[in-house]
Each structure stands twice: as structure tokens, then as C-alpha cells.
Write a protein that binds this ligand. Structure first.
Ligand code: NAD
Ligand code: MG
Length: 392
């Protein structure tokens, strides 16, 4: 029985994970459920999944959670605060951790799970974008395995022989990440000036949380995924290509030296990646309808428009700049996306903020977590300054 800690249980990935777990009660148990602040949703999940431990990251809500669980007749341990999330990720109650917290808030728990040798199902791409070298070191230290959940990286993982081998030794020429292009594919910069948050979060293919939906609309999501691929597969920036594929049926491809290109296809539903990663190396039912290629229509591919969607170019530039530039990019982007969702920044301003902050804070070496967290804070402060200068 695999004992799974679902960090970010109340989110979109959390829901997909729990759906797969519920289909296989003899294989998996959700032994830890953690969320940020939605107490009632967390309680409802605890009633259904009966975890050994429930954690609420907002410590002020711990008593409320304990009281509501008692009233609901759920007998499990309760903890509150970010440190409790991190402790749960490395604690005895789980052997598998689904890192599905959104944003830099997921960093410490992801690292803790890696260091403790858990099987790490990584959805929280921001943690690897921020701290790639530290996460890889933590994985080596812990000796556990990492299976990517991001659909593109999960696809690449599936197209490589035996997990995450050295690419050159495996005869890989390059990795091709597909991108849906988001809701504004084909639009011009002029079209994008007046985009509203509601338009940006309405993704044509995937149903996701608000932050990643905005990232998909700006193509920053693909930029973060290029960085994620660089660290996960040790691929040079020049060996990673982005290809727009609006149907989102081909989730990514690996091109080999002999000319073979292997792809992973499936309906756009995160339960495929989650089922794959939970059961790996076995295969299990995920609840995803079979892909019917005869009725799927045309599969199209095109190059991304990085002049309109500048965030993708900025992410490549940050990756090439090295050091902690990708952490700076991520922090500035989180602040800019929050401002856009809050109605204080226009859509095209997201790239402007990220570009300005990257220029203000030249890269420094990635040394350790405290330094990185301080740099993340400095980048957020710089982003807020730029925001107040230019947009208030
Ligand atoms: P979401 O907004 O739906 O859910 C986020 C979850 O994180 C919630 O459970 C929330 O309670 C929790 N959370 C937020 N802040 C927290 C904090 N400070 N401490 C503890 N928990 C906190 O987001 P999502 O779409 O499920 O995405 C989660 C992660 O997975 C993101 O990093 C995203 O990039 C990645 N991802 C998502 C998808 C997808 O299809 N949704 C696909 C690939 C990767
Ligand atoms: Mg993805």
C-alpha cells in the first residue's frame, strides 16, 4: 500500500490525485492531506479519505480545522503552519509526496520530501524553477525517485528509457515540449492589451488553477517548463524546443540521434500523468476516456510567437543567464500574475514587470535555501516597486 501525502489537496492537481487514489483503494491511501486556507474543503476531503494527518498551512486556522474535524467525526492528527506542511512531507506517515502547492510556497516541502527519500510526484514547477540545483542535490541525498507530473515532463519521462537517464548516453538529440498556445494563440499585442482575468483563466484545453492558467495565457508556463525540463533531464537550453500544438493531444516528444521521434499522446487530463506516476512502473486505470484519433481531427504544430508572448523568451533568457535568474523570473512573475488577477496590472504588463526585475537584479550563484529565499523576497519587492511606479 502506497501512503500518499497530497500537498495542495484542495487544488486542481489535488482533486485529480484524489480521484485516482479513490479508484484504487487497495493500492493507495491518502495518508496526509494539506491545504492553505480552505478549511471546509479540507474537512470534506478528510471525511471522504480519512487521512492520518490533516495540515492547514495558515496556522491561524488550525483550531478551526481541529474543531470541524471533530464535529465531522474524523479522528486524525491536525497540524498548522508552513513548517507543519514541510514536516509532513518528510515525516513517517507517507512514502510518496504529491507536491501540488502552487508557487514558491511549495519549495520547502518539495525539498523536504526529496531529502527524505520519498517518491516525489512533482507538480509544483515553481520549486524546481527557483531551486533546480538544490532540488537535484536533495534528491541525490535522499535517494528517492522523482516522477514529473507536469504533463509535458511526464510525457518526456515516458518517452525516455528508464526514467531520467543522461540524455547523451541515451542517444537523445533534443526534447520537444508542446504548448497549447493558450487562449490567445494567434492574437496580436494590440489584441492583448485589454484582456481581462476572466478571459485569461478560460483555458481552451486544460482545467487548472488561476495562476497556472494565466501563465499558460502569457506562455510563461511554457517558459517555466523549459527551465523545469533543463533541470529534470539535464538538457541544455539549445536542446529544448517549444512547439505549439493547439489540440493538446501530443503532450511532448523526444527526438533521438537516429531520427526517431517518440511522443506521448492522450486526452488532456492530468489524471493520466498522476496515475502513471503513482503506479510507476506499473500502469493503472486513471478514469481518462480513451483517445480516439479517428475522431480527434487534425493535429497541428507551429512555432511559438515569442514577440507577442514575450514571457517565453524571457524564461529562455533567464535560463541562459544562469545562477538564480530563474528564481528572480519566477518571483517577479508570481507578483505580476497576482496583480493582474487582482485587476491592478494589464496583461502585457506581466512581461514588462518580469523583464524590469530581471534587469534590476543580475544573477547570483545558487548557494543555499536562505540565500535563495532572500533573493526571492528581493525580487518580489522589486516587482512591487515597479508595479507602484508604473501602474498605480
Ligand atoms: P490550484 O490553485 O488549483 O491549487 C493550489 C493548491 O495549493 C491548493 O490546494 C492550495 O490550498 C495550496 N496552497 C496554496 N498556497 C499554499 C501555501 N502557502 N501553503 C500550502 N498550500 C498552499 O493550483 P493547481 O492548478 O492545482 O496547481 C498546483 C501546482 O501544480 C502549480 O505549481 C502548477 O504550476 C502545477 N501544475 C498544475 C497543472 C494543472 O493542470 N492544474 C498542470 C501542471 C502543473
Ligand atoms: Mg504543463
Amino acid at each position: 500500500m502506497r501512503r500518499v501525502a497530497v500537498l495542495g489537496a484542495t487544488g486542481s492537481i489535488g482533486a485529480s490525485t484524489l480521484d485516482v487514489i479513490a479508484r484504487h483503494p487497495a493500492r493507495f491511501t491518502a495518508s496526509v492531506l494539506a491545504a492553505h486556507s480552505k478549511v471546509d474543503e479540507l474537512v470534506a476531503l478528510c471525511v471522504r479519505f480519512r487521512p492520518r494527518l490533516a495540515v492547514i498551512a495558515d496556522a491561524a486556522l488550525e483550531n478551526e480545522l481541529a474543531r470541524k474535524l471533530r464535529h465531522a467525526g474524523v479522528d486524525c492528527a491536525v497540524a498548522g503552519g508552513p513548517d507543519a506542511v514541510t514536516a509532513a512531507a518528510s515525516g513517517e506517515l507517507c512514502d510518496t509526496v504529491v507536491a501540488a502547492i502552487v508557487g514558491a510556497a511549495g519549495l520547502e516541502s518539495t525539498l523536504a520530501a526529496a531529502r527524505a527519500g520519498k517518491r516525489l510526484l512533482l507538480a509544483n514547477k515553481e520549486s524546481i524553477v527557483m531551486a533546480g540545483p538544490l532540488l537535484l542535490a536533495a534528491l541525490r541525498e535522499g535517494g528517492g525517485d522523482l516522477v514529473p507530473i507536469d504533463s509535458e515532463h511526464n510525457a518526456i519521462f515516458q518517452c525516455l528509457p528508464g526514467g531520467r537517464p543522461a540524455l547523451a548516453a541515451a542517444g537523445v538529440r533534443r526534447i520537444i515540449l508542446t504548448a497549447s498556445g493558450g487562449p490567445f494563440r494567434g492574437h496580436t499585442r494590440a489584441d492583448l492589451a485589454a484582456i481581462t482575468p476572466a478571459q485569461a483563466v478560460a483555458h481552451p484545453r486544460w482545467s487548472m488553477g488561476p495562476k497556472i492558467s494565466v501563465d499558460s495565457a502569457t506562455l510563461m508556463n511554457k517558459g517555466l517548463e523549459v527551465i523545469e525540463a533543463h533541470y529534470l533531464f539535464n538538457a541544455a537550453p539549445d536542446d529544448i524546443q517549444v512547439l505549439v500544438h493547439p489540440q493538446s493531444l501530443v503532450h511532448s516528444l523526444v527526438e533521438y540521434l537516429d531520427g526517431s521521434v517518440l511522443a506521448q499522446l492522450g486526452n488532456p487530463d492530468m489524471r493520466t500523468a498522476l496515475a502513471h506516476a503513482l503506479a510507476y512502473p506499473e500502469r493503472i486505470e486513471a478514469g481518462v476516456p480513451p483517445l480516439d484519433l479517428a475522431t480527434a481531427g487534425k493535429l497541428e504544430f507551429e512555432d511559438p510567437d515569442t514577440e507577442t508572448f514575450r514571457c517565453l523568451a524571457l524564461a529562455f533568457a533567464a535560463l541562459r543567464a544562469g545562477g538564480d535568474a530563474t528564481a528572480i523570473l519566477n518571483a517577479a512573475n508570481e507578483v505580476a500574475v497576482a496583480a493582474f488577477l487582482g485587476g491592478t496590472l494589464h496583461f502585457l504588463g506581466i512581461a514588462d514587470i518580469v523583464e524590469t526585475v530581471l534587469a534590476e537584479l543580475p544573477p547570483e550563484p545558487v548557494v543555499d535555501i536562505p540565500t535563495l529565499v532572500a533573493r526571492d523576497g528581493a525580487a518580489r519587492a522589486a516587482a512591487r516597486r515597479v508595479l507602484s511606479r508604473a501602474y498605480c
